[in-house]
Design a protein around this ligand. Structure first.
Ligand SMILES: [Zn+2]
Length: 200
């Protein structure tokens, strides 16, 4: 079983998911087959529904419904168009929204640069960020990135890329958890850090 092409293919697909190593992928694959009539088929149904109904917002990159694209935040006329918060991951948008207090808009980079892993700017949503700044009335960009080496490198790159823009560039005042973007920061700390942001 372990060497069958189908099983290996399933394991390889599962391994592409964030945080899933080979052993976990094999364990998940076995569990799916053992509970084929429930777990596997329910998962297939959820994946099919997600494929059909969920997507990333055309403008900011946050997760949204296919039938609500641009997303609720991008369409919200009450929110401040002059304030743009740049985050690494769509999950960071949810976290900042849960924290409350932030009334600007968002831009998800979909990753960050990593000098150690040789990951550059390719794949980051940088062009669309510059386009949004050029088109809109953005006055301030808040870089809500991780406070580790990769977060700093990404912030530095963004600062250089945006250097000829007539905008204020800020970062949250307090250090955010290293290596995880802002994902594991508690809501109170996050809301406070965003409100007390500092100019770079
Ligand atoms: Zn959006």
């Amino acid at each position: 079983m372990k060497n069958s092409e189908q099983f290996n293919s399933l394991v390889e697909q599962l391994r592409k998911l964030p945080g899933v190593g080979r052993r976990s992928a094999e364990r998940i694959a076995r569990a799916l087959i053992i509970k084929k009539n429930t777990l596997l088929r329910d998962l297939v149904a959820s994946l099919t529904a997600a494929d059909k109904e969920l997507c990333c917002c055309n403008i900011c990159g946050a997760l949204t419904l296919v039938k609500q694209n641009p997303c609720r935040i991008c369409n919200d006329t009450e929110r401040d168009n002059s304030l743009l918060c740049v985050v690494e991951d769509p999950g960071d948008v949810d976290l900042l929204e849960d924290a409350g207090g932030y009334k600007g808009k968002y831009h998800v980079l979909m990753g960050r640069i990593s000098p150690v892993r040789g990951q550059g700017i390719a794949g980051l949503r940088l062009k669309s960020l510059i386009q949004r700044i050029n088109e809109g009335n953005v006055k301030e960009v808040v870089l809500a990135l991780g406070s580790d080496v990769e977060g700093d490198a990404t912030a530095q790159l963004l600062r250089e890329a945006l250097s000829d823009q007539l905008i204020k560039i800020t970062r949250p005042a307090m250090g955010l958890p290293a290596g995880s973007g802002i994902t594991y920061c508690d809501a109170w700390t996050l809301a406070k850090a965003i409100n007390a942001r500092q100019e770079l």
